[in-house]
Design a protein around this ligand. Sequence first.
Ligand code: HEC
Length: 124
Amino acid sequence: MSRFALIALSLTLLPAAARADGDAALGKTLFSRCAGCHTVTAQNKVGPGLAGVFGRRAASVAGFRYSKALSATDIVWDDATLEQFLAAPAKMVPGTSMAVSVPKSEDRTNLIAYLKTLGAGVTP
Ligand code: HEC
């Protein structure tokens, strides 16, 4: 392969690699879809506060009334579980009270990148 072809190839692959990591700034903008129910602090609204949600066990924010369905799982929120939950919450956790889904894969990746920036675990 010529050097030119190699450069052209790496330029084509670059945007895909960037997407795989997710763009937290875009995710923050997308979070407007979530902010009606979720804060990014420890404060609960219609949904639990999402500070520190990445790496946390599901349904573990004190003082929030989770559905029995989500409480009964042993999910830990990471890239794979958040991806699955946001794509179709009720499919992953039948009976969950979270009814909103994020149909576009790219949006999910960016949202997850943003959720990762929300700091360490909640101190209730
Ligand atoms: C209409 C209100 C509503 C909206 C909008 C909403 N959620 Fe939720 N969310 C909830 C509720 C209620 C729960 C608790 C689910 C349960 O107990 O089964 C929840 C739970 C979650 C959880 C699990 C939290 C935990 O502590 O285990 C995550 C993660 C989450 N939502 C992310 C999001 C994201 C990201 C968005 C935006 C795309 C979003 N939610 C939009 C209501 C909402």
